[in-house]
Ligand binder design. Structure first.
Ligand SMILES: Nc1ncnc2c1ncn2[C@@H]1O[C@H](COP(=O)(O)OP(=O)(O)O)[C@@H](O)[C@H]1O
Ligand SMILES: [Mg+2]
Length: 417
């Protein structure tokens, strides 16, 4: 950790920078001359990779699961270090960032609405109140209620069963009929706390109408309540019961009017959950033949899955830099600088087990990274925690980028025993 030396620009406290977006924040802060500080638990800080530890100007060691204590300690820390911006990387911690920003009178999100950006029940209510198009849903406490809802509501089949609070497709399943409902509800209720901080979760379950069609995501940077949309990204997922992301590509290959509608609806979703100075990652699906997308979810955070890298490679816009600018109350740099293309494909196992040999071919125009190593255990492919690695391809057109990334993924070999 760098304590003292380094840039003397404005300081931003990141509430838990560990995770996919952290590295993009570190790069962006370096470019913008911003001092980055982390708020986390001391034990978690001790597991930070060297690139993260050495990029920090200081550490606020606290317990992020204990909201009153964390607010007290982060407040004192921010005042001591003259911190003028608050950011968060983890969806579950974004309400804490809103509360802290309000307490310090710094640019932030609406603290009253902030929980709607992490809890899908409150989110559904906020979308309905703001007229944001979204799938129909209801909430249940257990499998018995889910059976009643499936029998009495006209949500149809398949149904989507998902936890009120989670991410990365954890506990989300698409069920084709009543015989699969109880297992799906049990799957959605398996997490009572989110690690590594031990944040307590709302264990209620959403029963949601299934939206067919292609899936997209879009980042919206919001500064002083003004929305600045980033390019739309196309998302690929597995089919069937578990929808795990298999890749992303940018540009999204949508006709320009539809791309603008996705950006517009994403901005409305972000504003509906109280994002005022920050960033939103919004996921939508477009039903075949529909003129308007349906919002699946939004979160007051940068995207995961290296979407920051894909969007910047394609358009020159850094979502992380724009986010830092927004939390400092500045106008974010979101004007596209180029019209290139990029795609990412994730390497997923066919089943869980111990990883053996992993071979990823080297192909010009691509680079790859492993998240797990031979000898590591990989879980069953039911959510994003089964990612073994990824390959990123850059090209002039998105078809070429997707083809290159798919080629490398299909020629990669992953042994699981
Ligand atoms: N109502 C729905 N209709 C169709 N697919 C859905 C629906 N809800 C979720 N999914 C699929 O499941 C994935 C994960 O669900 P999501 O609500 O985004 O939860 P998470 O917060 O875990 O990412 C989505 O990306 C999408 O592919
Ligand atoms: Mg999602």
């Amino acid at each position: 950790m760098n304590t003292g030396a380094g840039p003397r620009g404005p300081g931003v406290l990141v509430i838990e920078p560990m995770g996919n977006a952290g590295r993009f924040l570190v790069e962006a802060a370096d470019r913008l001359g911003i001092r980055l500080y982390a708020a986390t638990h001391k034990d978690i800080y001790d597991t930070y990779p060297p690139w993260l530890g050495s990029a920090l100007s200081g550490l606020c060691a606290t317990d992020l699961a204990d909201v009153p204590r964390a607010l007290e300690e982060m407040d004192a820390f921010c005042r001591r270090h003259r911190i003028t911006g608050i950011a968060a990387c983890w969806e579950l911690l974004t309400p804490l960032a809103a509360l802290l920003a309000e307490r310090l009178r710094l640019p932030g999100n609406d603290p009253v609405l902030a929980r709607a950006a992490r809890n899908k029940i409150l989110m559904g209510e906020a979308f309905a109140a703001a007229g944001v198009p979204a799938p129909r849903w209801t909430v249940v406490q257990d499998a018995g209620q889910a059976h009643q809802v499936a029998a009495s509501h006209d949500l149809g089949w398949p149904l989507v069963i998902k936890p009120a609070e989670q991410g990365g497709s954890w506990g989300v399943s698409i069920v084709g009929g009543p015989d699969q409902l109880s297992a799906a509800v049990a799957g959605a209720q398996q997490y009572t706390h989110a690690q590594p901080h031990g944040v307590a979760l709302d264990t209620r379950v959403l029963v949601q109408e299934y939206v067919p069609g292609e899936e997209y995501s879009c980042e919206t940077v919001i500064a002083h309540g003004v929305a600045y949309p980033l390019p739309v990204v196309r998302k690929e997922t597995t089919e069937g019961t578990y929808r795990i992301e298999t890749g992303h590509s940018c540009p999204a290959d949508l006709a320009p009017p539809m791309a603008r509608r996705v950006q517009h609806i994403a901005a409305r979703a972000a504003l509906a959950v109280g994002i005022r100075n920050g960033v939103a990652h919004t996921e939508v699906k477009i039903r075949p033949g529909a003129s308007m997308p349906d919002v699946i979810e939004t979160g007051a955070r940068l995207p995961g899955g290296n979407i920051c890298e894909i969007v910047e490679a394609a358009s020159g816009v850094s979502a992380a830099a724009a986010y830092l600018q927004a939390v400092l109350g500045r106008v974010p740099d979101t004007a596209p600088l180029r019209s290139d293309a990029a795609a990412i494909r994730f390497l997923l196992p066919e089943r869980g087990g111990r990883l053996g040999r992993i071979v990823i071919p080297e192909v010009t125009g691509t680079h790859s990274e492993l998240h797990l190593r031979p000898g590591d255990m990989v879980p069953q492919p039911t959510d994003s925690s089964c990612r073994i690695g990824h390959v990123v391809a850059r090209a002039e057109t998105v078809e070429q980028a997707r083809r290159l990334a798919a080629q490398v993924a299909s020629r990669s070999r992953v042994e699981v025993s």
